[in-house]
Design a protein around this ligand. Structure first.
Ligand code: V55
Ligand code: FE
Length: 522
């Protein structure tokens, strides 16, 4: 590895700049073939050698500057969230522990307003009062300041969704926080669905059923810290719980996302697992257990979970599900998959160095043959060899059913000058044909996860707009929101919302059409 790419430099940058997490970054400062492998996920934009600074600016910008024209059929709000450390992270802590800061672009009749607010959850409020960090280590309750006993540790920095008239801000170690869809005011810092939520945790990746509109979600470590219990549940759009089931996992690994088809729920256990010795040393919750197996677990929706079958597989990581379905013969789950630990800031348990090649993800199809009574293995097929990247999205109307279109932030799969920093791109994947259309971002730009907004409720799959935040490395991270015609992303933006500043870095985003938003307050 070259000087510039050594682990310490890389980690230093990665740990410091939680405010600017993106899908590409630090590694990209260094040219060469390795750069594109590392240009993969949640790596901050280059801090250009400067000491990382806190961000924390809550913003209101009315009638943003726009280049091009906002399409007349794009009305609603694009929400996004990410970690924005309230106080400097404690030594050894990781950027995933920054406090959740939610932002929102509201589109109405060609006009765009921007607003951002921290989630005023119990942790934020307590730390604000104390003027310091009280939860110093990612998911390690033993090092908390004694004053926070009984408070929720949730940062709500990972995802936001609309459910039953509320914006739910999510972190997988805690119940959601409920926010006002228009003002981003925190309405309930520990939202338990009017007492219906039994699990102590709630995933950052609920799914909306493509047929019923119900929300299916789960919590892992559901009976408390480091427990092997998972609770899966389903709520109507009006917030009534209609189903839940409990299962036990083979070991306590990170269950960041899951798959829900019309008939099945799939949990995929990866060896980024609970590390008790590390916790006792005051470290973070997880480390990567090299050589340990994965488990693909599936069970019927609507059942009691007792039918769960766990299929053992090779060492792999899979964090996000792109799409999934079952067709009676197979369960198919498309995921971002890497050979080993995808996160440079998650420790390797054996003390080895993080490997950027083994940590690079590709969209990969996992499948299980349902005709076999006890399937002994699950299939693994890489869908796109040449696209590296994480944070895939689809047209969310196809969450639980067969789908064909995916979107992925990725480094240029076909760079003109391989010695230069590859540009940050979006791919629109046509999955049945294994082809992709590419949008190449401007030079020196890092593109965050994209979000799809359908042209209308009944528009065909993938017909609408793809939007994502582009941060300009040479302008101190100043951001634009790029809006592309989702069917012709290679033609470049139809409109670009120009912000005067950088904004909080994004993990995930969510589109809410105008018809689902409450009336605007005066
Ligand atoms: C992820 C993000 C998190 C986390 C666990 O893949 C997994 C993402 C932003 O926080 O706590
Ligand atoms: Fe995620």
């Amino acid at each position: 590895m070259s000087e510039k790419l050594d682990r310490r430099t890389f980690m230093g940058t990665a740990l410091g700049a939680a405010a600017s997490l993106g899908a590409a970054g630090a590694a990209a400062q260094a040219p060469g073939p390795m750069a594109s492998d590392m240009l993969n996920r949640y790596v901050p934009t280059p801090s250009q050698g400067k000491k990382p600074q806190l961000f924390r600016a809550e913003l209101d910008i009315r009638d943003c500057e726009v280049e091009g024209k906002i399409p007349s059929d794009l009305n609603g709000a694009f929400y996004r969230t990410g970690p924005d450390a309230q106080y400097p992270l404690a030594p050894g802590n990781i950027p995933f522990d920054g406090e959740g800061h939610v932002s929102m672009f509201t589109f109405a009749n060609g006009r765009v307003d921007f607003k951002s607010r921290f989630v005023r959850n119990e942790r934020y409020v307590a730390q604000d009062k104390a003027g310091k960090i009280l939860f110093p280590m990612y998911r390690n309750p033993y090092v908390n300041d004694p004053s926070v006993k009984g408070l929720s540790r949730g940062t709500h920095n990972t995802h936001i969704i609309h459910h039953n008239g509320k914006l739910l801000a999510l972190k997988e170690d805690s119940p959601p926080a409920a926010m006002d869809l228009r003002t981003l005011e925190t309405l309930d810092p520990v939202y338990r669905f009017d007492g219906q939520l039994q699990s102590e945790t709630f995933t950052a990746h609920p799914k909306i059923d493509s047929v019923t509109g119900n929300m299916i979600a789960f919590g892992y470590e559901a009976k408390g810290f480091a427990t092997d219990d998972v609770n899966v549940f389903e709520y109507t759009p009006q917030g009534k719980k209609v189903w839940d089931a409990w299962v036990k996992v083979p070991y306590v690994g990170m269950l960041h996302d899951f798959a829900v088809t019309q008939n099945y729920v799939v949990l995929y256990v990866i060896p980024l697992a609970y590390d008790e010795a590390q916790i006792k040393r005051g470290g973070i919750h997880w480390s990567w257990y090299g050589g340990q197996p994965t488990y693909f677990g599936f069970f019927r929706r609507g059942g009691d979970g007792k039918d769960v079958r766990w299929i053992k597989g090779p060492e792999r990581s899979a964090t996000h599900v792109m799409g999934c379905f079952d067709d009676g013969k197979r369960i198919v789950v498309d995921v971002e998959m890497s050979a080993s630990n995808p996160f440079p800031f998650m420790p390797m348990r054996d003390g080895s160095h993080w490997d950027p090649v083994k940590g690079a993800s590709r969209m990969t199809r996992l499948s299980v043959d349902l005709s076999k009574k006890t399937p002994k293995e699950y299939g693994i097929e890489v869908l796109y060899q040449n696209l590296l990247g994480a944070l895939p999205r689809i047209d969310d109307r196809y969450n639980t059913v067969p789908y064909s279109v995916g979107f992925l932030p990725c480094p240029d799969p076909d760079p003109k000058d391989p010695a230069k920093r590859p540009s940050s791109c979006y791919a629109r994947m046509d999955i049945p044909t294994r082809t992709a259309q590419i949008y190449r971002g401007e030079e020196d730009v890092t593109l965050a996860e994209a979000c799809f907004a359908p042209r209308s409720k009944t528009a065909p799959e993938g017909s609408g707009y793809l939007m994502g935040v582009a941060s300009h490395g040479k302008e101190n991270g100043r951001c634009d929101l790029v809006i592309l015609d989702a069917q012709h992303i290679d033609q470049g933006p139809v409109a670009t919302v120009k912000l005067p500043t950088k904004i909080v870095g994004q993990i995930h985003g969510w589109w809410v059409p105008e018809a689902e938003l409450p009336p605007k307050k005066a």
